[in-house]
Design a protein around this ligand. Structure first.
Ligand SMILES: NC(=O)c1ccc[n+]([C@@H]2O[C@H](COP(=O)([O-])OP(=O)(O)OC[C@H]3O[C@@H](n4cnc5c(N)ncnc54)[C@H](O)[C@@H]3O)[C@@H](O)[C@H]2O)c1
Length: 265
């Protein structure tokens, strides 16, 4: 599982799990290309990683709604390093109206979520694949969610405060379900498309991560898992390390589910 000096691009690097992956992979000696729409934070983390782990990180702006910016992200990282080993597509978007009930869900919001989460990810895979084809090797990890493999359990949101947007009732919206399910089959499609080309594409499916959530939500959520709790931020690191390293060399088109048993029942 040695990843020292591997160049690993993370798209969606400055949120809850992105920062965790940046820190963890840097601690193992990888050079992380810290990509996000929030460029200021990317710069802060790049400086932090350089100082803490003496790696060679790179902060790069990327906006998944903007095809040109996706193209530039990959061009810029190649002009800097000359090669790319791994891409982790970890971002998610939450445009206005994201938490609306299904009856009030506008076509615009639905399209925006699918565009940001799924179409943007496909374009990111496309640009990385051009590099990987030239190199003759490459590795992509796409991040889905338990709500991409199961129907959202809407019962756990009853009477719960929305910490992300207090003006909207917390729920897991239809747009998230569609976009995250799409990521799973995109992964299988691309694994088959790039068969025998040295390019592996897999999916990571996390369960809910403990944040500053409402107490009722934590209780409701925990009850639905077999381990009786939400995940801690660092509990996907092991799977990420396995997927980005050569330890997973015989794996492609697969999905690793790390959900405390949520989807087992
Ligand atoms: N946190 C959880 O409980 C959980 C559970 C299951 C799956 N996931 C998945 O794991 C991944 C990470 O989750 P998280 O909780 O850290 O998310 P987050 O919302 O904290 O982070 C998302 C990141 O994406 C970036 N982003 C938003 N719009 C963008 C755009 N247009 N272009 C580029 N970047 C953009 C944000 O700036 C942010 O850094 C997501 O794909 C999410 O769906 C998370």
């Amino acid at each position: 599982m040695d990843i020292k000096n591997k160049n690993i691009a993370i798209v969606g690097s400055t949120g809850i799990l992105g920062t965790e992956y940046v820190n963890f992979l840097s601690s193992k000696g990888a050079n992380v290309i810290i990509g996000d729409i929030d460029f200021k934070k990317c710069e802060v983390y790049a400086n932090e990683m350089k100082a803490k782990f003496k790696t060679n990180p790179l902060a790069l702006y990327i906006d998944l709604y903007d095809e040109k910016s996706i193209e530039f992200y990959f061009k810029d990282l190649i002009s800097y390093y000359g090669k790319l080993d791994v891409l982790i597509n970890n971002s998610q978007v939450k445009p206005e109206g994201f938490y609306n009930s299904f009856e009030d869900y506008s076509k615009e919001t639905l399209m925006k979520v699918i565009e940001g989460n799924t179409v943007g990810m496909a374009l990111s895979c496309r640009e990385a694949s051009k590099i990987f084809l030239k190199q003759g090797y490459g590795n992509i990890i796409n991040v889905s969610s338990i709500y991409g493999i199961t129907g959202a359990d809407q019962r756990i949101y009853d009477g719960v405060k929305n910490i992300y947007n207090p003006d909207e009732k917390l729920s897991s919206p239809i747009s998230y379900a569609i976009s995250k399910a799409g990521i799973l089959n995109m992964t299988k499609y691309l694994a088959s498309y790039y068969r025998e080309k040295g390019i592996r594409i897999n999916c990571l499916t996390p369960g809910g991560v403990l944040d500053n959530h409402d107490k009722v939500f934590i209780e409701n959520y925990s009850y639905r898992t077999l381990l009786g709790r939400m995940a801690n931020r660092d509990e996907f690191n092991g799977s990420i390390l396995f997927l980005v390293s050569d330890a997973s060399s015989y794996m492609t088109g697969a999905n690793i589910v790390v959900d405390g048993g949520w989807s087992a029942i």
